[in-house]
Design a protein around this ligand. Structure first.
Ligand code: HEC
Ligand code: HEC
Ligand code: HEC
Ligand code: HEC
Ligand code: HEC
Length: 232
């Protein structure tokens, strides 16, 4: 009887010890500041294969304790977004640190203007990741190529060089044709075709979105920097 009791206490001690060890492991797991870095979310997008994690996931100021409490708040639903373990949320500023170009045809900062309030309800064109969600193994992650409709309903050209004209195309809601003749950012060295037959096919646009080669031109006006903040 006595020895049975002894075994029981021993087992209880083992259980206690296991509990303590498990608790410590969990604590380490959830407080380890670099936890994000250990798990990539998916394949890097086109061109980003060689870009280091910390170039976008900028290390966060603040103690590990602050980070842990921020994440506890998030679990409790009191904070909308994770503070990220060890790194801040990636935003468009991080993209611009390498990609900023003064002659971008559609600079995101423009779309905060009041006149785009309605467009903003349909497409957050002021945010790079709206169209370039990272870790998808793609280049453009939009599921539509006709989103020009949000801002170009009134586009009309005097002496329009194309036939059917822009006004005709827009009247017939053929929004998928826009990217067959124009790129979006205007960074490709190309002559804009005046006939749709001379443009890019829809399939080629989709292939480009998915990570294939650029159908517009292999030459660009500007390349991004390899490391953030390196721009001349
Ligand atoms: C080109 C920029 C970029 C690079 C490089 C990058 N990421 Fe990300 N990563 C992002 C963006 C953007 C998100 C989405 C964040 C959001 O939705 O707020 C993200 C999300 C994540 C997430 C999900 C957690 C979260 O905060 O949403 C993990 C985990 C992650 N990245 C790990 C990595 C790892 C590991 C590497 C290196 C192999 C890496 N990332 C490289 C841009 C990048
Ligand atoms: C550290 C610098 C750096 C940061 C930060 C960065 N990029 Fe890049 N990006 C590059 C480089 C370098 C390439 C490859 C350029 C090439 O292949 O010619 C690239 C390629 C791309 C491409 C494909 C370009 C092409 O012509 O195929 C897109 C789209 C892109 N980045 C968007 C983003 C977005 C969106 C973010 C923010 C979430 C971001 N980048 C953050 C450096 C960066
Ligand atoms: C409303 C959607 C949208 C937004 C917002 C957007 N892009 Fe793009 N981006 C595209 C589309 C569509 C293409 C493919 C057509 C082209 O090459 O211009 C593209 C192509 C690119 C390319 C490859 C061609 C080039 O210009 O060198 C890069 C790099 C790029 N985007 C970076 C960015 C960055 C950085 C941001 C934020 C500052 C951003 N984009 C915001 C839709 C968008
Ligand atoms: C969020 C609003 C918005 C979206 C979406 C948008 N554009 Fe634009 N686009 C503009 C603005 C603003 C201008 C600048 C002209 C102006 O001030 O009216 C412009 C200018 C242009 C120009 C002329 C650039 C120049 O050099 O004069 C072209 C071409 C163009 N857009 C094509 C497109 C195509 C193609 C799409 C869809 C793939 C698209 N846009 C989507 C707002 C937008
Ligand atoms: C058949 C080819 C073709 C198609 C399709 C096309 N465009 Fe154009 N677009 C042109 C040409 C050519 C010009 C004049 C030269 C230039 O600006 O590059 C032009 C000019 C423009 C301009 C500049 C206007 C200005 O005042 O300078 C805008 C904006 C524009 N297009 C938007 C669009 C939109 C939005 C669509 C889709 C509804 C579209 N384009 C479809 C060929 C095309």
């Amino acid at each position: 009887m006595a020895s049975f009791k002894k075994i029981l206490t021993q087992w209880r001690n083992v259980g206690l010890l296991a509990g303590v060890i498990l608790g410590l492991l969990l604590l380490m797991f959830f407080t380890y500041p670099e936890r994000n870095r250990l798990v990539a979310k998916g394949p890097m997008n086109a061109g980003h294969e060689g870009v280091g994690c910390e170039q976008c996931h900028v290390p966060l100021d603040g103690t590990a304790a602050q980070q842990v409490s921020a994440n506890v708040y998030r679990w409790l639903g009191l904070r909308e977004r994770s503070m990220g373990f060890g790194s801040k949320d990636v935003d468009s500023g991080d993209c611009l640190a390498c990609h900023e170009r003064p002659d971008d045809r559609h600079p995101i900062s423009r779309f905060l203007e009041p006149r785009f309030a309605e467009a903003r309800q349909n497409i957050k064109a002021y945010d790079c990741v709206t169209c370039h969600t990272e870790h998808q193994g793609k280049r453009v992650t939009l599921s539509t190529m006709g989103y020009c409709s949000n801002c170009h309903e009134d586009t009309e050209l005097k002496d329009d060089p194309i036939l059917p004209t822009h006004a005709d195309i827009i009247r017939s809601q053929s929004w998928n044709t826009c990217l067959q003749c124009h790129d979006f950012h205007g960074n490709h060295k190309m002559t804009t075709p005046t006939r749709l037959e001379d443009g890019v096919s829809e399939e080629e646009v989709w292939r480009y979105f998915d990570g294939g080669p650029s159908p517009y031109s292999s030459e660009k006006f500007a390349e991004p920097s390899e490391t953030r903040g390196d721009r001349p």
